[in-house]
Each structure stands twice: as structure tokens, then as C-alpha cells.
Ligand binder design. Structure first.
Ligand SMILES: Cc1cc2nc3c(=O)[nH]c(=O)nc-3n(C[C@H](O)[C@H](O)[C@H](O)COP(=O)(O)OP(=O)(O)OC[C@H]3O[C@@H](n4cnc5c(N)ncnc54)[C@H](O)[C@@H]3O)c2cc1C
Length: 627
């Protein structure tokens, strides 16, 4: 007979009776007839972390929704979704471009209403499944699919109240897929992909002089070989790749072949795999348990034999034959990030990326590799208010007219980069190596006025310049002066040298030649589809009028170090022997472990499906071997 563990969860069952006292709606046709008039609070998981709301109910209807606390960086979801729910109810469409925040608000409102109605429902977790998967991001979901497909039984624990994890958009790479072949692109292959991997690693070696690092080429080759199968699989099960147009962006994510897909409906990548899993939920092979925070691994000798998990308010043991860790990255674990030597940074990853799986794996004897390296992006702005959450960033990708200086007030690079396909890596690398990871970005009033006239904003998602105005007013990370020296003094950098830098730079602009770093007046750039696009403006312009100095930090998006695994997804110890019963899938295996020290666009998203399959197939083989 199966044993069960009881899990307390909240659900929105509307017809619960027995609420005591208070004013209930007079009519039972109200949407929430059992909820008294009043204001109730609830919490849901948004894109960047928990969202807390208050919900006012009047006459059995939602009268108002107010967001009390959140860490979201996109204003639209937070601004528009509450009223959308008031106007259209809980089934209101998510706000376009802010799906994660919208869903977080929706689940917070549901939570508030469930609490108001006093509803509790018991969920039971069947014991004795072969495999525990920790994490319901796309990697965990794919691992569940392939483990079940091979015949294993699986329980997946997800600490949040939603599935899909970090996956939020961006790029996918589709070497050898039907989509690529249908477009007549026949020059792609694992070998071509590996050429890009090697070219980008060579760029890193050239830039840094560091060549004594390790990566597992077998993983990159496995990835290359699996791209056709998983891309076709994703489409077959319903992932919506939109217009299916492949490109080879060369400025930020350089691939030499047209294999990069941007756009499409990203939520569908999660929905597709969740739907595909229904078959296994229905036949009892799979149970997905949400709001279930796993707290550690259980080991007998060196064999991993289950997890400890918070269920029903208690921390309990769950025994299994194997465990797949799919807990994502560690952008919000400062201790793990510090292993890469970053002192100051922000993170555009969600706050649930606490890096749990890395620490458990290490404790269980698995080796973490490349933790001294992390991919960072340029020009986040850290304030006391935002903490690690990246809410402000300068659009250095636009390169505008900005100049970058270090703490000594001196330039150190051609801000437009080498323009040879390694541009973005070359630029962002600077944020890692400058003292305390601070790069000061200088911009003048004349340049700001010109940007405004062009309808361009300096900060991301700041069309009305409200974020800019707030940062200038706060005087915490942006320092304004009537002269370069005054701005530098306020920023605490070398005023004399910075004033000299600005004077010299203005002289270079006048002469049309940057004697220090060779910057020129670039007026056209390569688009993501390879054509040259006219910018319609000068980019090498003088700093005139008031000077603003922005103290910027790197920001993290995808983590690079991770658990050393083989091509069966088995976690390996320092001797590269498997830790029995322990597997890993997704970002946790470390992009640098698979591809070296480069930024290859698409490996995170595509990797959720590929590494999920690798670990799911691998664990299935292991479970069979135990029978
Ligand atoms: C802003 C941003 C943009 C990006 N853009 C791109 C892009 O353009 N191209 C690209 O290829 N990649 C991109 N990425 C990276 C990509 O999104 C991720 O690498 C990928 O989604 C990670 O998937 P995952 O399943 O491994 O982990 P996640 O999706 O992070 O899932 C991990 C899950 O584990 C759960 N979990 C964690 N700890 C526990 C615990 N203790 N108990 C239970 N559950 C737990 C979490 O709640 C989460 O649901 C981007 C990332 C960010 C942040």
C-alpha cells in the first residue's frame, strides 16, 4: 500500500461556506459570495520574486488591487495588471511584455482571496517514486519528461507556486533543426557550432591572457548534436517559435551561422512541456508538487538517496533512487557570486535563484567547476533601494555618445568596442576587471538633450526619463556637476584626471580621431540580420554643459560555473567519478563548463531542453540498472 505525505496548500475554491460575521454580499450571483467586504493581503511569485498585494472586496466583487511590495523591474505589469484584474476578473489577459509580473499579481490576488475565504486543501504526495527532481524550471520539466518517457516514476518539487522558472524570453539556437533546413540554411552542424565555441574562447584568451581554464568539450558536442532533436521536439509539443526567422546576431551574441531564433511566444515553451507531462501525471508516473521547498540531499555513504523537503509545515525525508538537481543559477547568492571575485553587482535573474543545488552538490562530494568565472553584462546601477535586483541599467548596447572611465577618472577602452564580433564580450569584460567592479559612465547635458530630441532614453525602460530623474535626484549613484571636476568630486573619483580626460576627449572629437583608443564617428551598425543600419546621428560627440557621472556595476543574467557533469547528466566528484544517484540539469551545470569562457547566446534557453533530456535519459538508465 502506498504511503502519503500530506501537504497543505492554498487553492481558490469559491463555494466554501461558514465565514463568521461581517458583511457578505446579498446576492449569491456575486463572483465571491463567501467573502466578506474587506481588504485582504496575499503573495504570489512574480518574475523577479514575491509580489505582495492587498485586495479590496466589496459586495462579493474585487473592488481594488494594490501592489504592496515587489522586486519586478518592468513597470508595465505592476502598473497595469491590478486594474486589469479589477476590470476583467482573475482571467484577465496578462500585460503584454510583462507576463511574469502579471502572473505573479494574479496568483497573489488568488492567494489573498483564498485566505479570505478560509480555504485550505490537502494535497498528498505519493512516496516511493524512483526519481526526485528539484526545480520546476524548463530544465526540471524536461528532465521529468524524459525520465518518465523511459519508464521511471518521478516526483518534482518546486518551491514556488508556478512552473517555468527563469525562462522569460530571448534567444534559442536551432542548428540542424527542420526550421533551419526549411529556410535553406545547410551550412550548420555540430562542427560549425564548435567552431563558434572555439572562436569565442580564443577571443577570451586574447582579451585576458588566461588560457589555463577547463571546459568539457563533450558537453558542447552533445549540445550541438542534440539541437536538431530538441528544437523539433519543442515545436512538435507546441512551443511557438513565432515567425521562425533565424539570424546570426554579430554584435552581442556572435554566431557565424544563421541559427539564432529570437521572438516567438516564450511562455509557450513552458506550457508545451507542461502539457506534454500531463500524460505521465494522468497515468500516475509523475507528481508535480508546488510550494515545496527542498532543503537538502539525503546520502547513504556516498549514494544520494533522496531529499529533505518542507511539506505541510514540516521538514520531511523523501527517499528515492536518484535525484536530479535543476534549481537554476545563483544570481542571488552573494557568497557563490563572490567566488568569481565580484564585489559589486546586480542581477537581472529572479530572486529565487538562490543557488541551493550547488551547495548541496558540493556537500555530497560533487565538484563545482569554473566558479571563478561568471558572465556579466554592462552598466547596471545598484542603489540601497534596489539591492541586488537590477532595476536600472544604462543602454550601453546603444553605445550612444557615452564615455567610460575608471576610478582614476581615465578612459580605458574604445567605447564602441573592436567591432569584430567580440564587441559585447570585450566591453562587458571591463566591468569585471575595473576596481570594485565600478565603471563610471560620463554623459553631458548636451548629449542628454540630443537623446531626448531623438526620442531615445539613456536608461532601459525609461521612455519618460522618470528613472533618470529619480537617480539624479537621489545623488546616490549619479553625480552631476557644472564642471567635470565637480561631478568627479561628488562621485569620489580623481577630479583632476577626469577633468583632463574630458578635455582630451573633446579635443579628439574636434580632431575626428581618438589618439588613445581609436574611437571614430561610427554612424552605422550591423543589424541582427547582418545588414548595415544607418544610425542617423553622430556617435563621437563632445561633452558640453553639465556633466553626469553614473557609477555602474556589472549585472548577472546567466551563471557560468556549476556542477561538473558527464554526458549522462551524472554529477562528478574531483576524480571525475559519478556521485551515485546525483544528476543535474539546466543552468546549474554551468555554461562555462560546457562552452568555456564565452557568451554564446541561446545556450541557456535551449539548454533547458537539452540538459533536461540528458539528465532525464541518464537517470532512467541508472534507475533501470538498479532493478
Ligand atoms: C533576464 C534574463 C534573460 C535571459 N535571456 C536569455 C537568452 O536570451 N538566451 C538564453 O539562452 N538564455 C537566457 N537566459 C538564461 C535562461 O533563461 C536560463 O538559463 C534558464 O531559463 C534556466 O533554466 P533552469 O530550468 O535551469 O533554471 P530555472 O528556470 O531558474 O528554474 C529553477 C527552478 O528551481 C526552483 N528551485 C530553486 N531552489 C529550489 C528548492 N530549494 N526547492 C524547490 N525548488 C527550487 C526555482 O524556484 C525555479 O523554478 C536569461 C536569463 C535571464 C535572467
Amino acid at each position: 500500500m502506498k504511503k502519503f505525505i500530506a501537504l497543505l496548500s492554498l487553492s481558490l475554491l469559491l463555494a466554501v461556506s461558514g465565514c463568521a460575521g461581517g458583511t457578505k454580499p446579498e446576492t449569491q450571483s456575486a463572483t465571491y459570495p463567501n467573502i466578506e467586504d474587506g481588504t485582504y493581503e496575499g503573495t504570489g511569485s512574480g518574475y523577479a520574486g514575491d509580489i505582495q498585494v492587498s485586495v479590496e472586496v466589496k459586495g462579493g466583487e474585487i473592488a481594488a488591487v494594490t501592489v504592496l511590495e515587489h522586486s519586478e523591474s518592468l513597470p508595465d505589469g505592476i502598473g497595469k495588471m491590478p486594474q486589469n484584474i479589477v476590470d476583467n476578473g482573475l482571467d484577465a489577459d496578462a500585460i503584454s511584455g510583462a507576463t511574469g509580473s502579471s502572473e505573479g499579481i494574479r496568483s497573489a490576488v488568488k492567494n489573498a482571496l483564498a485566505l479570505a475565504a478560509g480555504e485550505m486543501e490537502k494535497v498528498e504526495v505519493a512516496e516511493g517514486k524512483d526519481v526526485v527532481i528539484v526545480g520546476g524550471g524548463n530544465a526540471g520539466l524536461n528532465a521529468a519528461y524524459w525520465a518518465c518517457k523511459g519508464g521511471s516514476s518521478v516526483v518534482l518539487f518546486e518551491k514556488q507556486g508556478k512552473l517555468g522558472g527563469t525562462f522569460g524570453g530571448g534567444t534559442w539556437i536551432a542548428t540542424g533543426s527542420k526550421m533551419q533546413l526549411e529556410q535553406g540554411i545547410t551550412n550548420d552542424s555540430t562542427e560549425a557550432f564548435m567552431k563558434d565555441v572555439d572562436r569565442l574562447n580564443a577571443g577570451y584568451v586574447k582579451r585576458t591572457g588566461v588560457s589555463d581554464y577547463w571546459f568539457n568539450r563533450d558537453l558542447a558536442i552533445y549540445f550541438g548534436d542534440m539541437m536538431p532533436e530538441v528544437t523539433d521536439f519543442a515545436e512538435e509539443i507546441g512551443a511557438d517559435f513565432g515567425k521562425r526567422i533565424l539570424s546570426n546576431p554579430t554584435l552581442y551574441e556572435p554566431h557565424d551561422v544563421m541559427r539564432v531564433l529570437s521572438g516567438g511566444n516564450r511562455a509557450s515553451y513552458t506550457d508545451a512541456i507542461v502539457n506534454a507531462l500531463k500524460e505521465f501525471e494522468d497515468n500516475g508516473q509523475l507528481q508535480i508538487v508546488m510550494n515545496a521547498n527542498v532543503t537538502g540531499l539525503i546520502q547513504e555513504g556516498n549514494v544520494v538517496s533522496g531529499v529533505t523537503v518542507d511539506l505541510n509545515g514540516k521538514n520531511v525525508n523523501y527517499a528515492s533512487k536518484a535525484v536530479i538537481l535543476a534549481t537554476g543559477g545563483y544570481g542571488f547568492n552573494e557568497d557563490l557570486v563572490a567566488r568569481a571575485g565580484l564585489k559589486n553587482y546586480t542581477s537581472s535573474a529572479p530572486t529565487f535563484q538562490t543557488g541551493d543545488g550547488y551547495l548541496w552538490a558540493e556537500k555530497a562530494g560533487a565538484e563545482l567547476k569554473n566558479m571563478d568565472f561568471i558572465t556579466t553584462y554592462a552598466a547596471g546601477i545598484k542603489t540601497k533601494e534596489t539591492g541586488l535586483t537590477q532595476m536600472y541599467a544604462i543602454r550601453v548596447k546603444e553605445f550612444g555618445d557615452l564615455i567610460f572611465v575608471n576610478g582614476d577618472g581615465e578612459r580605458f577602452i574604445d567605447e564602441f568596442g573592436p567591432g569584430d564580433g567580440s564587441t559585447y564580450d570585450a566591453i562587458t569584460y571591463q566591468w569585471k576587471v575595473q576596481k570594485d567592479n565600478y565603471v563610471y559612465i560620463a554623459v553631458s547635458q548636451s548629449q542628454i538633450d540630443a537623446m531626448k530630441e531623438r526620442g531615445q532614453s539613456l536608461l532601459s525602460a525609461d521612455e519618460d526619463w522618470a528613472k533618470f530623474d529619480k537617480l539624479v535626484a537621489d545623488q546616490e549613484s549619479v553625480f552631476k556637476g557644472a564642471t567635470a571636476a565637480e561631478a568627479a568630486e561628488k562621485a569620489g573619483i580623481d577630479a583632476e584626471k577626469f577633468a583632463a580626460t574630458v578635455e582630451k576627449y573633446n579635443g579628439y572629437v574636434e580632431a575626428g580621431k581618438d589618439e588613445d583608443f581609436g574611437r571614430t564617428n561610427i554612424t552605422s551598425v550591423k543589424s541582427s540580420t547582418g545588414e548595415m543600419v544607418e544610425l542617423g546621428r553622430d556617435t563621437f560627440t563632445k561633452l558640453e554643459g553639465d556633466i553626469y557621472l553614473f557609477r555602474t556595476t556589472p549585472y548577472i543574467m546567466i551563471c557560468a560555473g556549476g556542477i561538473d557533469v558527464n554526458t549522462k547528466g551524472q554529477a562528478l566528484n574531483a576524480d571525475r567519478e559519478p556521485v551515485p544517484g546525483l544528476y543535474a540539469a539546466g543552468e546549474i551545470i554551468g555554461m562555462a563548463n560546457a562552452f568555456g569562457r564565452t557568451t554564446i547566446g541561446g545556450v541557456g534557453n535551449t539548454g533547458t531542453y537539452i540538459w533536461g533530456k540528458m539528465a532525464g535519459d541518464g537517470v532512467q538508465e541508472y534507475v533501470q540498472s538498479l532493478k
